[in-house]
Design a protein around this ligand. Sequence first.
Ligand code: FAD
Length: 296
Amino acid sequence: MSFNSIVLVKQVPDTANISGQVMKDDGTVNRALLPAIFNHEDRIALEFALQVRDNYGGTVTVITMGPPRASDVLRECLFMGADEAYLISDRKFAGADTLATSYVLSEAIKKMGNFDIIFGGRQAIDGDTAQVGPQTAEKLNIPQVTYAMSIEGLNKDSITIKRKIEGGYEVLQAKLPVLVTVLKDAAFPRPFKAKRVMAYKNAKTLLELEKLVEGNSLLYIDQLKDEYIQKHIYIKTLTMDDLQLEVERCGVAGSPTKVHKVESVVLGAGTHEMIEPNKDGLNLLIDKLMEDHIFG
Ligand SMILES: Cc1cc2nc3c(=O)[nH]c(=O)nc-3n(C[C@H](O)[C@H](O)[C@H](O)COP(=O)(O)OP(=O)(O)OC[C@H]3O[C@@H](n4cnc5c(N)ncnc54)[C@H](O)[C@@H]3O)c2cc1C
């Protein structure tokens, strides 16, 4: 009994450096201006999928919807142990909110087919909505378990998951296929194996191959692509045409949510007050924090 997992991973802007300058007039983030990082919870989602493969066998496929440079996170997934990687990329997908993102992801998953479990992070650090996982599950008409802390059981029909709830946790059983979103402290992502880094550091998408051999004949590109496929270092790209999607449901066109403004909130102390380091001081501090609705 083995299980095929698909993992949703996202390249996110390093929000520690986000400021108003990176917003485009249409309310979308100018991602090219920001350092891009691997959304941490998605690493944990990948670790969950790899542990399922370690324990039961099967395959681990990672997918990301993003600009061409999002292939960087796919290479990191291959370094960590993923079997296959897909970049879902098209200019028409740009500026997508969660509705449009989950539409494209669910259609790509339908095209790929043959999965038992979809893993994703609970939340991405840029949009912070935690919506894409549940929305993707809805569009695939499969059960979803969010805020997962651990897998308690897995058999050919169902999975048992311990998930976080307010004030504690609950254990749920769900039928397969299922979508699971995981928490950032639910596991430790395994380190990259040097052998895998050596094997996959040259993994490339078609666009990257085209850049590599700019000015060469088309024939050469096809040959190179075949070579990369044979060496299992070809990262497949799925475009609008490959997925035959409804244009009006993708990108900015398919996004009812518009990000009005993004700005860094730097908490600056206007005034300050010394609090005595004793019981009375502590009580005074708690009173003030409750007054400001920071506590309680
Ligand atoms: C500051 C800011 C605020 C935003 N606010 C909203 C908003 O209120 N509503 C809205 O609809 N959109 C919003 N967006 C747009 C939103 O970021 C994008 O739609 C994004 O693609 C998905 O939403 P998210 O970042 O909230 O992801 P989440 O829903 O938090 O992501 C959860 C998980 O889904 C998977 N996932 C998410 N995106 C992808 C992807 N592109 N490829 C593969 N897997 C993925 C990952 O596993 C991720 O951990 C906002 C963007 C920014 C920068």
